[in-house]
Design a protein around this ligand. Structure first.
Ligand SMILES: C[S@@+](CC[C@H](N)C(=O)[O-])C[C@H]1O[C@@H](n2cnc3c(N)ncnc32)[C@H](O)[C@@H]1O
Ligand code: SF4
Ligand code: SF4
Length: 398
C-alpha cells in the first residue's frame, strides 16, 4: 500500500506517511489493520476474508479488545484501520473507536456502509473520524450481484453523500479483477462525482472466496494502462484525488520511472521508500484478525507470527522487524532488480504461491526488459537505508 500522490508530492496523506516512517524508525508499530470481527451483513463473491453471518468461533472478547487498544495507545500507534468482516457489526465497535481516539490514534473505518446512517455519521464525526473507506465495484446491478444484496449500491452511494455532507473524507476501494476491470474508469468518475478524496485499487487476492482464481487477475498490460491514467491525473492541475494501490508494489517504481521521465524530482518519495518500501511487510505494518492472530500482511491470512493473546504488541513488532532484514529472492533479489529495496515485490503473494515469503513476486508489472538505470541512479543518490538493526527496537538491546 502506498499513497501515490502523497508519496511523491504534498498530497493529503503526506503527514500520516511521515508519522509512519517516524514510528518505524523508533521501533514502534507504524500501522495496524485490525479485523475486529469476521461477521458480515454481505456475502461478497470475492471476499478474501471469507466473511459471513457467523464470523469466527474464537473472536477476541470485549475485554481483550480493550486491552489491545490500550497497548496500541501506549505504543503511540499512528494509524489504525478497523476492518472486518463488517466492523460496525461488532457489539463494542463504538467503545473500541472511542478508546482509540482518546489516545489520538488516527482511525479509519473500513466499512461496507450498510450500517451508516445520519446517527452513525454524527457519531463518527464526534469521534474525530477524518476518513472512512468503503467499497464500490461498478454499476448498481453489477455491484449488487457481487455483494449478494439487491439495493446495496444505492445504500453505499446514499451513505457516501451523508458522510461527505458532514465533511468526513471517503476513500473508495475496489478489488481489481477481470470482473471489475470493465468498470474501472466508471468507478473513478463516480468517486470524483461523489466528492471522495481517495481511491484504493487492490489487485485480486486469491484466497478466501477467491481461492484459486489466479486467472481472475488483470494483466501487467492492463495495470500499465491504468498506471498511465493515474499518472496523468496526478499531473493534472484540476485533480487532487489520492491514489492508493494494494498488493502491487511494483506500481510504485513504475510511477517513479514515469515521473522522472517527465522531469519531476522524485527524491522525497525515494527517501521515504528507502525506509518503508512499497511492500510494507516487516516495516511496522501488521494485521490482527478477529481471533487475535497476528499477520505480517492482511492479504495472507495463513501467514501468522503468533497471537495477541500470547505475545505483546511490542514483541510482535520486533518479530515482524526480523522480516525486514531478509532479502527478496529470484527476480526481486537486489542483484536481479535495481528496485528491490524500494519495492521488494508483494511478500504476501510470494507466501501464497510458494510458502516462502521471500520468493519472487511473479505479478511484477514492469517490463523485464525495461531500462531501470535512470531511476536506479536516483535511488543510489538518496540517503542511506534504514534497516531494522537490533538497536532500533527499544527494549531489544538488553
Ligand atoms: C475485507 S473488506 C472489509 C471491510 C468492509 N466489509 C468492506 O467490504 O468494505 C476490505 C476490502 O477488501 C476488499 N477485498 C475483499 N476480497 C478481496 C479480494 N479477493 N481481492 C482484493 N480485495 C478484496 C473488499 O472489496 C474491501 O474493499
Ligand atoms: S468484502 Fe467486506 S462486505 Fe464483502 S463479504 Fe467481505 S467483509 Fe463483507
Ligand atoms: S522485480 Fe520484484 S522488486 Fe523488482 S520491481 Fe518487480 S516486483 Fe518490485
Amino acid at each position: 500500500m502506498a499513497h501515490v500522490r502523497s508519496l511523491f508530492f504534498e498530497g493529503p496523506l503526506a503527514e500520516i506517511e511521515d508519522k509512519a516512517v517516524k514510528a518505524f524508525k523508533a521501533g514502534r508499530p507504524s500501522d495496524v489493520i485490525w479485523n475486529i470481527t469476521n461477521r458480515c451483513n454481505l456475502l461478497c463473491d470475492h471476499c478474501y476474508m471469507a466473511a459471513n453471518a457467523q464470523g469466527c468461533p474464537e473472536e477476541l472478547s470485549d475485554e481483550e479488545t480493550i486491552a489491545l487498544v490500550r497497548q496500541m495507545g501506549e505504543r503511540e500507534l499512528p494509524s489504525l484501520f478497523l476492518s472486518g468482516g463488517e466492523p460496525m457489526m461488532r457489539n463494542n465497535f463504538w467503545e473500541i473507536l472511542e478508546l482509540a481516539r482518546s489516545y489520538s490514534i488516527r482511525v479509519t473505518v473500513s466499512t461496507n456502509c450498510m450500517l451508516i446512517n445520519r446517527d452513525a455519521t454524527n457519531r463518527l464525526k464526534a469521534n474525530g473520524i477524518a476518513w472512512i473507506a468503503t467499497s464500490l465495484y461498478g454499476p448498481a446491478e453489477f455491484h449488487d450481484q457481487m455483494v449478494g444484496i439487491p439495493g446495496a449500491h444505492q445504500r453505499v452511494v446514499e451513505a457516501i453523500r451523508v458522510l461527505r455532507a458532514e465533511g468526513i473524507g471517503v476513500a473508495v476501494k475496489t478489488a481489481i479483477s477481470q470482473g471489475t476491470w470493465p468498470y474501472v474508469y466508471d468507478i473513478i468518475a463516480e468517486t470524483k462525482e461523489l466528492g471522495c478524496g481517495l481511491i484504493y485499487f487492490c489487485d485480486l487476492i486469491t484466497s478466501g472466496r477467491s481461492e484459486g482464481e489466479d486467472d481472475g487477475r488483470i494483466t501487467p498490460e492492463q495495470w500499465r494502462e491504468l498506471g498511465d491514467f493515474i499518472i496523468e491525473d496526478i499531473l493534472s492541475e484540476e485533480s487532487t484525488l489520492e491514489w492508493d494501490i494494494g498488493a502491487m508494489p511494483s506500481f510504485i517504481p513504475f510511477v517513479a520511472e514515469k515521473l522522472l521521465a517527465h522531469g519531476i524530482d522524485v527524491s522525497n518519495g525515494l527517501e521515504r521508500l528507502k525506509t518503508i518500501s512499497a511492500c510494507p511487510v516487516g516495516k511496522g505494518h501488521m494485521n490482527i484478525n478477529s481471533e487475535g492472530g497476528i499477520m505480517p500482511c492482511q492479504f495472507a491470512q495463513d501467514w501468522t507470527i503468533g497471537n495477541i493473546r500470547d505475545i505483546s504488541l511490542q514483541d510482535a513488532v520486533a518479530e515482524l522487524y526480523a522480516l525486514d532484514v531478509q532479502e527478496a529472492k529470484g527476480a526481486c533479489a537486489p542483484e536481479a532488480c535495481e528496485y528491490s529495496r524500494i519495492c521488494r515485490g508483494c511478500r504476501a503473494k510470494a507466501w501464497q504461491r510458494t510458502g516462502d515469503a521471500m520468493a519472487e513476486d511473479v505479478t511484477c508489472l514492469l517490463h523485464a526488459e525495461s531500462d531501470r538505470s535512470a531511476l536506479a541512479e536516483h535511488i543510489e543518490a538518496a540517503e542511506g537505508f534504514v534497516r531494522s538493526a537490533p538497536c532500533s527496537t527499544p527494549g531489544s538491546c538488553g
